[in-house]
Design a binder for this molecule. Structure first.
Ligand code: ATP
Ligand code: MG
Length: 183
């Protein structure tokens, strides 16, 4: 499943609507320090349901909203949309027949989060469910950030197991069992 496009608006340093296309198999984002490269990765993780401000390099969850500059006022909300190519039908469930999957998350200054799946409002869980077992998620091995390899090498066996279970496709069944047990 290929990420085709990221659309950001009011997210961190991306105050205006910004489309980041991923036209080929490999895309490199380059630029000077502080230009927003890592913010793009934060955006991906955020839409996929990241709920820890620390993992997004902030103190609070509303820190992802553009907080103003000398020239611009802060914005009232942050929005990020990811568009995936699903022509190979890697996604199962109700969205399986869609050739394109769009997921979007919006947060406002009251910390209200809204999620959308192909334009329709949905729950955070609907989004995390789609990607469970695909290797993509807010903390999955699909996103390898600075320092992650050394963290992995030095991690405790319990933490290492989480990565292995996601890679092996076991995590989605564990999640379903947890849900059933909590009912
Ligand atoms: P480096 O090459 O140093 O890793 P980078 O391109 O990864 O740099 P980022 O960390 O993505 O840079 O961007 C940091 C910039 O984003 C900083 O200038 C910071 O002020 C800005 N920024 C972060 N959060 C917000 C926000 N909520 N509102 C406005 N700007 C923000
Ligand atoms: Mg960076």
């Amino acid at each position: 499943m290929r990420l085709k496009k990221i659309k950001l608006a009011g997210f961190k340093s991306f105050v205006d609507v910004t489309n980041v296309p991923f036209p080929q198999e490999m895309t490199a984002i380059v630029g000077p320090n502080g230009c927003g490269k890592s913010n793009i990765i934060d955006a991906v993780r955020w839409v996929l349901g990241e709920s820890s401000a620390k993992n997004l390099r902030g103190d609070s969850m509303t820190d992802v909203i553009f907080n103003g500059s000398t020239a611009r006022k802060p914005t009232g909300q942050a929005s990020v949309e990811l568009v995936f190519d699903n022509q190979q039908q890697r996604i199962r469930g109700s969205m399986a027949d869609r050739t394109e999957i769009s997921i979007r998350r919006v947060v406002n200054r009251d910390s209200q989060n809204t999620y959308y799946l192909n334009g329709s409002k949905c729950r955070r869980k609907d989004i995390t469910d789609i990607f469970l077992g695909t290797g993509l998620g807010p903390r999955s091995y699909a996103i390898i950030e600075q320092g992650m390899i050394s963290r992995l090498i030095e991690s405790k066996p319990q933490d290492l197991r989480i990565f292995i279970e996601e890679a092996a496709g076991v995590s989605k069944y564990k999640e379903r069992r947890r849900e059933t047990e909590n009912r």
